[in-house]
Design a protein around this ligand. Structure first.
Ligand code: NAD
Length: 286
């Protein structure tokens, strides 16, 4: 029997990813601090365990799908004694690239390897097994997990450890900025008397199109569900990672920093658990 895959972080993304691993025949040992989350993972076929150490005791390859780097570092700290030279950690969360590099250095001291493999495609992509997976790490480590990650989506090798987290944050800086400018254009158009569905149709046939016009507006915003499954606070975290990175490498993003300010204003006004697509409605109402 194949050794189980460890999975820590059973939220909006983690559960459908676990479901796909199980469906593909990989046994999964899973943990989350939330009992509800553990129940949802059990319902899709994972064996849930009560501690992170129990995950490490059962699995050599451990996937993390946690909110941010601070929590990834806490979990790795808790795992410490249980990690060894057979362990390969795959951080699929959208974490901080520099924190990831530091973590890889500390883990290397005990022989544990780290691959960063953040994703795009959202909950819908996770459910369909069609994520884009941005893999950073030593070539043999990435090669070792590529078949497994292939179950979850399309793997793109992007460079050394941390490279995945860097490109992921930059992608979301674009995505969030597109959403904001789309919401401004849509609001202006509606006040002029244009039909929102007609505007989206025109933008999608023109150079103004983006993930926001192609997916977010038609699926989550125009129907009024605001149910993409990606939290506003998680998006803001990614934008901040990207703008900090840009500043650190001497290429500060003026427009990106302005977008962070606007998103921050929306985050202060909306409830903490709000979906990121709510910014469009918030902006339109002002
Ligand atoms: P989520 O908030 O739904 O899930 C995070 C899970 O981590 C929760 O179930 C929480 O209980 C658990 N958790 C928190 N602290 C923990 C700890 N110390 N130990 C164990 N579990 C802990 O978030 P999500 O939407 O699933 O996103 C996860 C990651 O993927 C984030 O970094 C996010 O930015 C990224 N991401 C999300 C989407 C999306 O559409 N939701 C898309 C791409 C990337």
């Amino acid at each position: 029997r194949e050794r189980p895959i460890g999975f820590i972080g059973l939220g909006n993304m983690g559960v459908p990813m676990v479901a796909n691993l199980v469906r593909a025949g990989h046994p999964v040992v899973a943990f989350d601090v939330s009992a509800d989350a553990r129940d949802r993972a059990a319902a899709v076929g994972a064996r849930v365990v009560p501690t992170v150490q129990a995950v490490a005791a059962a699995a050599e390859t451990i996937i993390l799908m946690l909110p941010n780097s601070a929590i990834v570092n806490d979990v790795v700290h808790e795992l410490a004694g249980a990690l060894g030279d057979r362990t390969l950690l795959v951080d699929m969360s959208s974490s901080e690239p520099l924190s990831t590099r530091e973590l890889a250095g500390r883990l290397a001291a005990v022989g544990t390897r780290l691959v960063d493999a953040p994703v795009s495609g959202g909950v819908a992509g996770a459910e369909a097994g069609r994520l884009t997976i941005m893999a950073g790490g030593e070539a043999p480590d990435v090669a070792a997990v590529e078949p497994l990650l292939g179950v979850l989506g399309r793997v793109v090798r992007v460079g050394p450890v941390g490279a995945g987290h860097a490109v992921k944050a930059l992608n979301n800086l674009l995505s969030a900025t597109h959403l904001w400018i789309t919401a401004e254009a849509m609001t202006a158009g509606e006040r002029f008397g244009l039909d929102p569905a007609v505007m989206i149709d025109v933008f999608n046939g023109s150079s103004g199109r983006s993930g926001s016009t192609e997916t977010k507006y038609p699926r989550y915003i125009l129907p009024g569900g605001f149910d993409s499954g990606f939290g506003l606070r998680l998006m803001l975290k990614d934008m901040q990672i990207a703008t900090r990175l840009a500043a650190q490498v001497g290429a500060p993003s003026v427009l990106g920093e302005h977008a962070v300010e606007r998103w921050n204003a929306a985050a202060r006004a909306l409830d903490p658990g709000a979906d990121h697509t709510r910014v469009a409605a918030w902006l339109a109402e002002r």
